[in-house]
Design a protein around this ligand. Structure first.
Ligand SMILES: Nc1nc2c(ncn2[C@@H]2O[C@H](COP(=O)(O)OP(=O)(O)OP(=O)(O)O)[C@@H](O)[C@H]2O)c(=O)[nH]1
Ligand SMILES: [Mg+2]
Length: 226
């Protein structure tokens, strides 16, 4: 028994003795491995980020100006008359805007009645992009519509919007005789050129027949959102 212990210890002693000259080499390799591990772990791992930002939008404008038509095109669903002036909830959806795919938060399709204007500040506050539609034919041919239904709302929106981007459509271009459709944007801008809220129409303002979905989607792809 005692001999076994002695021989065991001699064995250990011999092993330690054999390994001893190799210790600096082992330490060197260990150090190298340590450096490699430190190098790779210090390198930034690719972080999986959500590339599509979620945006809140609101579509404002007077009655029958094309808000639901526009929303349907953005959502890629067909328009149905059923939506008239309803406060309808829509689910989140994705759309190509300003050159990128944008995720739009769930929200409400708002009717254009005048009493709903008081909810504009809250709607604007909760939105990243503000859309506005008005009937361009009525605007240029009906002074009351121009002043009360459109300009009053633009004035109010301008007051509350801060730096948020707007996308504005003069709709129902098709109501003009074909020969009269060329200068509509200029004529509209001319009527409000001295108003502060005219700045709202500096970017992303156009006139069109909003039912022309392909044209509308092409336009939306190229808008500028700063
Ligand atoms: N001709 C023509 N019709 C349009 C145009 N844009 C929308 N419409 C039609 O006008 C009607 C009213 O459009 P909506 O999108 O429902 O209007 P809205 O602004 O949502 O109206 P409210 O919800 O009542 O405030 C519908 O029949 C649309 O198809 C357009 O540019 N030209
Ligand atoms: Mg509607």
């Amino acid at each position: 028994m005692l001999l076994e212990v002695i021989f065991d210890n001699i064995g250990d002693f011999q092993q330690v003795h054999c390994i001893a000259p190799l210790l600096p080499v082992i330490a060197g390799i260990g150090g190298l491995i340590g450096i490699i591990i430190t190098y790779f772990s210090s390198k930034k791992k690719p972080v999986k980020v959500e590339t599509i930002k979620e945006n809140g939008i609101c579509i404002l404008g007077p009655e029958l100006s094309g808000k639901t038509q526009l929303l349907s095109a953005l959502r890629g669903v067909s328009y149905t008359e059923f939506h008239h002036s309803q406060m309808e909830k829509y689910k989140e959806f994705e759309v190509f805007l300003a050159g990128e795919k944008i995720k739009v938060k769930a929200g409400f399709d708002i009717g254009g009645e005048e009493f709903k204007v008081k909810s504009y500040p809250k709607l604007i506050e909760n939105s990243d992009i503000i859309f506005f539609t008005f009937d361009s034919y009525e605007y240029l041919n009906n002074p009351e519509y121009r002043t009360n239904d459109v300009n009053a709302r633009l004035f109010f929106i301008h007051k509350h919007i801060g730096n948020k981007p707007t996308v504005i459509f003069g709709t129902h271009l098709d109501k003009f005789a074909e020969g009269d459709r060329k200068n509509i944007i200029k004529r509209i801008l001319n009527t409000i050129k001295n108003e502060k809220y005219s700045t709202l129409l500096e970017d992303n303002f156009t006139v069109m027949d909003l039912r022309e979905t392909d044209k509308l989607n092409d336009y939306l792809k190229d808008i500028i959102i700063k």
